[in-house]
Design a protein around this ligand. Structure first.
Ligand SMILES: [Zn+2]
Length: 441
């Protein structure tokens, strides 16, 4: 799903936390946010000796040319700046809702709905649309103009915008459930932060189960792998990894973007590995075997459940912290905000602002865990696919070149923002990794 969905901030509610889990494509192969620039992309020339040259629109994208490398650095720099732009932008927009009394006004308008749930839904719809409109120029710049400029965008403006608006509508509808629930428990319980976090578990599980079958197909087509030879190979691989091969899908991700990825999502019956058509087009079979081995690692090692558990604990901690001081903020600014207690739906932008800050601060925790899991999956991928270190390294090298990801980011940026280890580290690891009894391909 589109990253703009996350930014739309409504689901942000519950928050910024649930949304990456539920809506982002879980456990994707590499961080989709571009990285930084300090060290000029040190792509190993050793991997490039393989004959695979990739040309897109008449331009060589792999192995990395000097021109492509300059592009990579510029794109990575912009990505890093944008991490902070979007953070302060969300806070700024939320502040507008609070300090102009707009949020209180929306609460008054929404009161016509009479029934509690519909008041929440109406509040969220008005709030969501206004938020979206203020954010729209930035959204268009980052997600359409920049993506087009760097050659990733495969949609017309209207095609892109239609999906953006669809994401907004879905976010409002789905977001209304946890928002309704959190105000319900705030009203009822002193320890609302605890009850909300516990109640969020079945909701999050349900969302992860349903998103792959009801939401994702609204944007793309998911079909069993079309390439029979590859399919058979992956079935064997899945068998060795101890999972059902029928859970491997390919998606026409090229409809939106030329970026390459693969991911694991779903739970129970909807648990699945998804591979982008863009990867099938540009990776050799052995490179795909390694990538799929990596994804199977997430699958077999239950990283979805681990991620969910950590997220719930983080949500509980953040809400507990929020509860310690948010009432004082409300008291202090009650005159300007035009609400005087947290249980007032008009406080939603304040709750979101506090959680935006807390989740920014706690990013190193969730990303640190994620990087650890990614490393475990790289090991699993090497073991199960039995490809050579050079083959696996070339897969990472291609990812960097085709997605314009900085393979060697600033360590602080990596520590804070990267859900995956830097590609350069992953390349060095797979080259040095020698499991016993390897039948190298
Ligand atoms: Zn992964």
């Amino acid at each position: 799903m589109h990253s703009s969905t996350i930014r739309i901030a409504i689901l942000l509610s519950l928050v910024l936390l649930l949304s990456p889990i539920v809506f982002a494509q879980q456990d994707s192969l590499e961080t989709t946010q571009a990285a930084d620039t300090i060290a000029p992309a040190a792509v190993d020339s050793a991997v490039a000796q393989n004959d695979s040259v990739i040309v897109i629109n008449g331009q060589q994208v792999y192995p990395l040319t000097a021109e492509r490398e300059a592009k990579l650095i510029a794109y990575a720099r912009l990505g890093n700046i944008w991490r902070f732009v979007s953070f302060f932008l969300s806070l700024g927009i939320l502040a507008i809702f609070l300090f102009t009394g707009l949020s209180a006004k929306i609460r008054d308008w929404a009161a016509v709905a009479k029934k509690k749930y519909f008041i929440v839904l109406l509040y969220l719809a008005i709030f969501g649309v206004i938020y979206y409109l203020i954010d729209l120029p930035f959204d268009i710049y980052r997600n359409f103009i920049v993506e087009s400029k760097y050659g990733f965008m495969n949609q017309t403006f209207w095609g892109w915008w239609g999906e953006d608006v669809l994401s907004l509508a879905i976010s409002i509808l789905i977001g209304s459930i946890p928002v309704y629930f959190i105000y319900k428990v705030i009203e009822k319980y002193k320890r609302w932060w605890l009850w909300f976090s516990i109640g969020a578990i079945p909701f999050a599980v349900l969302m992860i189960v349903l998103v792959p079958i009801f939401i994702s197909p609204l944007y793309n087509d998911f079909v069993p792998l079309e390439n029979q030879e590859l399919k058979n190979e992956l079935l064997t691989l899945a068998d060795q990894a101890g999972i059902e091969g029928s859970d491997v899908f390919q998606v026409n991700a090229s409809k939106q973007s030329s970026k390459i990825n693969a991911y694991v999502t779903g739970l129970f019956n909807t648990k699945r590995i998804v591979i982008y058509d863009t990867m099938i087009d540009n990776f050799t079979d052995n490179e795909i075997r390694f990538v799929m081995g990596h994804e199977m690692g997430h699958y077999v090692m239950n990283h979805m459940w681990i991620g969910l558990s950590v997220a719930v604990i983080l949500i509980a901690l953040m809400l507990w912290l929020t509860n310690l001081f948010i009432h004082r903020i409300i008291k202090r600014f009650a005159g300007r905000f035009r609400f005087d207690r947290l249980s007032d739906i008009a406080s939603l932008p304040l709750l979101m602002a506090v959680l935006t800050i807390l989740s920014f601060v706690s990013d190193p925790i969730s990303n640190g865990l994620s990087r650890y899991e990614e490393h475990q999956s790289d090991i699993f991928g090497m073991d199960v696919s039995k490809v050579s270190g050079d083959t696996a390294a070339r897969a990472f090298d291609k990812l960097a070149a085709l997605n314009l990801s900085d393979p060697d980011p600033n360590p602080i940026i990596e520590f804070w923002f990267y859900s995956h280890p830097a590609l350069k580290k992953r390349m060095a690891f797979v080259r040095s990794y020698h499991p016993q009894e390897r039948n190298l391909k």
